[in-house]
Design a protein around this ligand. Sequence first.
Ligand SMILES: Cc1cc2nc3c(=O)[nH]c(=O)nc-3n(C[C@H](O)[C@H](O)[C@H](O)COP(=O)(O)OP(=O)(O)OC[C@H]3O[C@@H](n4cnc5c(N)ncnc54)[C@H](O)[C@@H]3O)c2cc1C
Length: 461
Amino acid sequence: MSASVVVVGGGITGLTTAYRLREAIPDATITLIEGDDRLGGKIKSSPFAGIDGLDEGADAFLTRVPSAMQLVADLGLTDQLTSPAIGAAFVWWNGMHSIPEGLMLGVPTDLAKLARTDLLTWGGKCRAALEPILPATGVGADSVGRLIRKRFGKQVHERLVDPLVGSIYAADTDRFALTGVPQIFDLANNNRSLLLGARKARRNAPPQAGPIFAAPRTGMATLTNALADSLHASGVSILTGQPVSAIERSGRRWLVDGHAADAVVLATPARTTAPLVAGLSTDAAGVLAAFDHAGVVMVTVALDGGNWPHEFLTKSGYLVPKPVQKWVTAASFASSKWAHWTPSTPENGVILRISLGRDGRDVTHESDEALTTAALDEVSQHVGFDLEPTEIRLGRWPMAFPQYRPGHAKRVHGIESALTRDAAGVFVTGASYHGIGIPACVQQGKSTAALLGKYLANVES
Ligand SMILES: Cc1cc2nc3c(=O)[nH]c(=O)nc-3n(C[C@H](O)[C@H](O)[C@H](O)COP(=O)(O)OP(=O)(O)OC[C@H]3O[C@@H](n4cnc5c(N)ncnc54)[C@H](O)[C@@H]3O)c2cc1C
């Protein structure tokens, strides 16, 4: 009899797990169950301002980590990729300031370039300049904020690293694990000076083969739709609109809301996963239930391009550091960043994606009116004139980003060990565990499919 697997969760991780499992075990019976009415999870593209697929959530993925590029190639989508036209951004600190050149995720690699910015005071620059001669700082505290402040002082942290890293994960870097930002963790772990280590890493990096970010021209959902099409074609049953509420043991097998399986994959956010495993492993459920997830809101607006300042056309957007932040944490000048998101009519000439809320400032429960007003008022203040949108879209992402608190890696190891011990055959995977970005999720889908393959081979023998 062929093995049967239930995958819970139809985001990029669950879809990739099912796809790679189908490749590895062609005759397995695979059922993917998604609670929402649509697949894709945090990936969603929809029409806006005359553009067919303008992303509501993730809008790109890193090409440096090969897993997502490989998946795109396997799905035959490489020809459909495009990349941002512009990378440079501003930081808003009571006015727009260009982000200095020579940073690696906000970590300075070049003091001369840092000296030229007006974003830091001379006191802040002098403090940062001490970094190369400081003794080593251990990585034991496992906090991005603590490490950066110790090495470079308060201003590099609050005006560069915290806004950059914080905007990627909706994080407060003082409460975010170093291991959750592998680029900075590796720098700190392998070098006494982060600045000298980052400079060396830049020098030794192979010549960039292509752009750093990529996305399908028709929106990120092209990727999840192609996965779903491939799964359908290969006989995977996909059920949507069916939130799973219970997993029970049935001899050596499992019952997932009545669906029998030899193995179960939970590709769902950690906090949501906790009640699903509560009856199987109290240790795993306890750790999962303690996870924090930050919610964000994305307000997308189209504006008449006539008023848009010329100097903004060469930037991809701006970040708002916490000391000067209200609800808006960042705004992407989406129509400048992406050449294919340039609307055809001048009335909709500029598209902004405005992000609100983060860890420690949850705004997802606020009314549509309060959120739209805050987005327009704050961005009007930042750009220096009143925004008068011709079109507005509001997207809520409660539990958008899992927060990797200090000690995250140990906690994840604890969950995985407890499940192996108490509920062998039940696996957790996805953004809550070994990386939040899309390439990390795709990689986890692949690794989980490999683990499943091994587990099923052992069970059968
Ligand atoms: C606004 C935003 C912008 C982002 N931008 C980027 C970006 O530009 N680049 C990048 O790399 N990453 C970005 N990310 C992060 C990235 O998109 C996510 O981390 C990733 O897509 C998560 O994938 P996942 O499959 O692990 O989880 P999810 O996408 O959360 O999928 C989990 C799925 O499980 C389902 N589910 C939950 N509970 C149940 C249940 N009980 N039964 C059945 N189904 C259930 C959910 O409905 C969901 O579909 C962004 C995220 C957000 C929110």
